[in-house]
Design a protein around this ligand. Structure first.
Ligand code: ADP
Ligand code: MG
Length: 236
C-alpha cells in the first residue's frame, strides 16, 4: 500500500524495454523508455509509422507486456498482474478507444455501452441502461441507442466507442489514432469531445498523425525509433 501512496503519477512507465522476436532476430521496439503522466493531463503521442507508438500504448493498457521495466497505472504495477487481474483492472481504470471502433456488431449501441458495466459490476444491473443512455447522450447519440453499430456513420461509431470507454468512469482514457479513420470535420468533432473529457477531469493519452489536432494538445511526446522525446529532449 505504501508504494501506491508514494506514486503520485497516474501513469508511470519506467525503463521499459520491449523486444519482439522476428524471423531475422530480435527487434528492439522500445529502448528503455520513461513516461510520467499526472492525473488530468492531455498527452499526444506522435512519430513516424513503425516508431513504437502502438507498442507504447499497449504497454500502458496492458494489452501487451514489457520485456523488462515497470508500468504503473494508478500506483499499481500492471506488468505483474495476471490476465484476469489485468482485465478487471483495465475495466475499472482504463477506457480504450481504437482506430476501427471495435464495437460488437450483433449488439445494439446501447448494449455495447452496457457490456463493460456488466463485466465490472460497479453499477447495479438496473442502473446500467440508464447510465449507458446518459453517456450516449453526452456524446450526442441518444437517438441512435437502439441501432446496430454498422448502421451508424464512422464518426457516430467512434462516439459510441467513446461512450463505451467511459462506461465504468475510468480516470484514464487511451486512444491509438482514434481519428485516423474519420474525415477531418468528423475528427474535429470527436476531438472536441476529448477536450470536454479533459475539462471533466479525465486523463487522456492519444496517438495521432494529425498535425492540426496535435497543435491543440497541451503536451506532445514524440517517438523516434523506440525512444521518447519531449521538446527535443529524451524523456528520462
Ligand atoms: P507505430 O504504432 O509507431 O506505427 P508499432 O508500435 O506498431 O509502431 O510497431 C513498432 C515496430 O514493432 C514495428 O517495426 C513493428 O513491425 C514491430 N512490431 C510491433 N508488434 C509486433 C509483433 N507483435 N511482432 C513483431 N514485431 C512487432
Ligand atoms: Mg500504430
Amino acid at each position: 500500500m505504501s508504494e501506491v501512496s508514494q506514486n503520485h503519477y497516474l501513469v508511470d512507465v519506467h525503463n521499459v524495454i520491449k523486444n519482439f522476436q522476428g524471423p531475422a532476430g530480435t527487434i528492439h521496439v522500445l529502448k528503455s523508455v520513461n513516461l510520467k503522466v499526472h492525473g488530468g493531463e492531455f498527452v499526444g503521442v506522435r512519430g513516424p509509422s513503425g516508431s513504437g507508438k502502438s507498442t507504447l500504448i499497449n504497454m500502458i493498457t496492458g494489452i501487451d507486456r514489457p520485456t523488462s521495466g515497470a508500468v504503473r497505472v494508478a500506483g499499481e504495477h500492471i506488468e505483474k498482474m495476471s490476465e484476469n487481474q489485468l482485465a478487471r483492472f483495465r475495466g475499472k481504470h482504463i477506457g480504450v478507444i481504437f482506430q476501427f471502433f471495435q464495437l460488437l456488431p450483433t449488439l445494439t449501441v446501447l448494449e455495447n455501452v452496457i457490456l463493460p458495466m456488466d463485466f465490472c459490476r460497479v453499477w447495479k444491473p438496473k442502473e446500467r441502461p440508464e447510465r449507458a443512455m446518459m453517456l450516449l447522450d453526452q456524446v450526442g447519440l441518444a437517438d441512435q441507442a437502439h441501432k446496430l453499430p454498422n448502421t451508424l456513420s464512422g464518426g457516430q461509431q467512434q462516439r459510441a466507442a467513446i461512450a463505451r470507454a467511459l462506461a465504468n468512469d475510468p480516470p484514464l482514457l487511451m486512444a491509438d489514432e482514434p481519428t485516423g479513420n474519420l474525415d477531418s470535420k468528423t475528427a474535429d468533432k470527436v476531438f472536441t469531445l476529448f477536450e470536454d473529457l479533459i475539462k471533466q477531469g479525465k486523463t487522456f493519452i492519444m496517438v495521432t498523425h494529425d498535425v492540426e489536432l496535435a497543435k491543440r494538445i497541451p503536451r506532445v511526446i514524440e517517438v523516434y525509433d523506440g525512444i521518447l522525446y519531449e521538446g527535443g529532449e529524451v524523456l528520462q
